[in-house]
Write a protein that binds this ligand. Structure first.
Ligand SMILES: [Cu+2]
Length: 187
């Protein structure tokens, strides 16, 4: 009697997935990491992707590393009609679930310190996604035009244009602590 080996079967499929700009490690797959082009003088750029958990235990994205002065996970929340970006410590992916990060609000990766080197369409850059269980997954972000239909969204990007936000005044380190303390009164 032949013993089925599902893991070996999945491993055999991996090269095909990689060709489609997807990456995986263990039970976690990262699909189509992309960033949105930025204005020439932008200080920050946003990155998005889908994460699929094919396993039976929860995992979480806890960090993104890339060659920028600072990279953070951010969440966008509306408070009194004003969009704010707050640091996000982790993005949970339940077993069997797919989490989608996409333009238009919500979680995103914030690449900070672009200063004079904007994201240009078709540019690619490497990054490492760090997961609590699956460990590190090396990926490549590809820069896409603002407002492009990547199959993820048809929202109005203008609502969430990072360039128009108050990133300049926002010292992210300080904000992180305020946000954790939940001190809305001070904001
Ligand atoms: Cu942000």
């Amino acid at each position: 009697m032949t013993i089925l080996r599902p893991l070996a079967f999945l491993a055999a499929l991996a090269p095909a997935a990689a060709a489609a700009h997807d990456y995986d490690a263990g039970d976690i797959a990262v699909l189509h990491p992309y960033a949105i082009e930025t204005p020439a003088r932008a200080l920050t750029g946003a990155g998005y992707f889908e994460i699929r958990n094919d396993g039976e235990t929860a995992d979480a994205l806890i960090a993104v590393e890339a060659d920028f002065p600072k990279v953070m996970l951010h969440d966008s929340v509306e408070e009194d009609g004003v969009m704010k970006m707050l640091p996000l410590e982790r993005i949970e992916i339940a077993p069997g679930e797919t989490v989608t990060l996409a333009p238009g609000g919500g979680a995103h990766v914030m690449f900070m310190g672009l200063d004079g080197d904007p994201f240009e369409v078709d540019e690619r850059f490497p990054a490492t996604l760090v997961f609590e269980q699956a460990g590190e997954i090396a990926v490549e972000f590809v820069v896409e035009p603002r407002g492009s239909a990547t199959g993820h969204d048809h929202m109005d990007h203008d609502d969430m244009e990072h360039g128009t936000m108050d990133h300049g005044d926002m010292t992210h380190d300080d904000t992180a602590h305020d946000a954790e303390a939940g001190d809305h009164g001070a904001l």
